[in-house]
Design a binder for this molecule. Structure first.
Ligand code: NAD
Length: 269
C-alpha cells in the first residue's frame, strides 16, 4: 500500500512539532508539506530544524493553495478561524482533512459539517486512542449508574490553553447527556460560586484546572450513595494525539466525503 502523503498545518506549534516528530518515523506516512503562519520565522526552514533533527528535505511553506496538491491529507491543529480557511482551500482542491483544532462555535461546527459533504473530514476533540475508548466506557457507566449518580467532569490542562472547558470534557459530557437523555444547554453547570443551592441530580458539572505543563487530564466522577466510580485518562505527552491523528490520516485517505470521528477510525461504532 502506498504511503499517505500528509501536510501539517501550524507545524511550529506544540501539536505541529509533535506531528512532525511522530510522522517522521510512522509507517505508512510521508510528510510532504509543512505550513506556518505567513511572516513567522519558521517559514523557509527545513522541518528538521523544528524537530532538532538533520534536514528532512521539506521546507516550511506559508501558502496552502500553492502546496496542498502535494499531499493527500491535511492535518490541522491550529485555531478555529485559520482551520476554516484551510478547510475551504482543501474543499476547493479535493483534499481530505484531519481536524484537531478545538474551540469552534456551533455556527462554525455547522460550516465544517457542510464542507464534509464535499470532502472527507475526521474531526475529533481528542485524537488519543485511550480517550476515545473512554467514550465507550462512559456510555456503559452512564447506562448502569447514571440515574443513581451525581456526574462531574474534572479536567486539567497547561497554562497556555485558551478554551475551557476542554473540547474533550465537552465531548465526554455529550456522551453522558446522550446516554442519560439530558440536555447540556439546561443541565450543564460550568462552575460554582457562592450560595448555589443543593445539587440537582440531572446536573452535569464541570471543574477546570489550568497550570504548568499539564498535557491533558480528564476524570469523570460518578458519585453515588456509598460508592464512587472514577474514569480517568491522563495524557503524558502530545505524542498520543499526534499518533492518533496520523492513524486517522491513513484511515481517511481513500474514504468518500463525510464527517467522521475517532470512533469511526477505531471501529468503535
Ligand atoms: P499552538 O499555539 O502551540 O499552535 C497553534 C499553531 O497554529 C501555531 O503553529 C500557529 O503558528 C498556528 N497559527 C495560528 N494562527 C495562524 C494563522 N493565522 N495562520 C497560520 N497558522 C496559524 O497550539 P497547540 O497547543 O498546538 O494547539 C492547537 C490546537 O489543537 C488548539 O485548538 C488545541 O486545543 C488543539 N488540540 C487538539 C488536540 C486533539 O486531540 N484534538 C490535542 C491537542 C491540542
Amino acid at each position: 500500500m502506498s504511503s499517505t502523503r500528509i501536510a501539517i498545518a501550524g507545524c511550529n506549534g506544540r501539536m505541529g512539532r509533535a506531528l512532525l516528530l511522530a510522522g517522521a518515523h510512522h509507517e505508512g506516512i510521508s510528510i510532504e508539506v509543512a505550513l506556518a503562519r505567513p511572516g513567522c520565522e519558521a517559514v523557509g526552514l527545513d522541518i528538521g530544524t523544528l524537530m532538532g533533527a538533520p534536514p528532512q528535505g521539506v521546507r516550511v511553506a506559508d501558502n496552502l493553495p500553492g502546496v496542498i496538491a502535494g499531499a493527500d491529507v491535511l492535518i490541522d491543529f491550529t485555531r478555529p478561524g485559520i482551520s476554516l480557511e484551510y478547510l475551504d482551500i482543501c474543499r476547493a482542491q479535493g483534499r481530505a482533512v484531519v481536524l484537531g483544532t478545538t474551540g469552534f462555535s456551533p455556527v462554525q461546527k455547522a460550516q465544517i459539517a457542510e464542507m464534509a459533504k464535499e470532502i472527507p473530514i475526521v474531526f475529533a476533540a481528542n485524537f488519543s486512542v485511550g480517550v476515545n475508548l473512554s467514550f465507550r466506557l462512559l456510555e456503559i457507566a452512564s447506562r448502569v449508574l447514571g440515574e443513581d449518580a451525581d456526574v462531574e467532569i474534572i479536567e486539567a490542562h497547561h497554562r497556555h490553553k485558551v478554551d475551557a472547558p476542554s473540547g474533550t470534557a465537552l465531548a465526554m459530557a455529550e456522551v453522558i447527556a446522550r446516554t442519560l437523555d439530558r440536555d447540556l444547554a439546561t443541565d450543564a453547570v460550568y462552575g460554582r460560586e457562592g450560595h448555589t443551592g443543593a445539587r440537582k441530580r440531572q446536573t452535569i458539572g464541570f471543574a477546570t484546572v489550568r497550570g504548568g505543563d499539564i498535557v491533558g487530564d480528564h476524570t469523570v466522577l460518578y458519585a453515588c450513595e456509598g460508592e464512587r466510580l472514577e474514569i480517568t485518562h491522563k495524557a503524558s505527552s502530545r505524542e498520543c494525539f499526534a499518533r492518533g491523528a496520523l492513524r486517522a490520516a491513513i484511515w481517511l485517505k481513500d474514504k468518500p466525503a463525510g464527517l467522521y470521528d475517532m470512533q469511526d477510525v477505531l471501529g468503535l461504532k
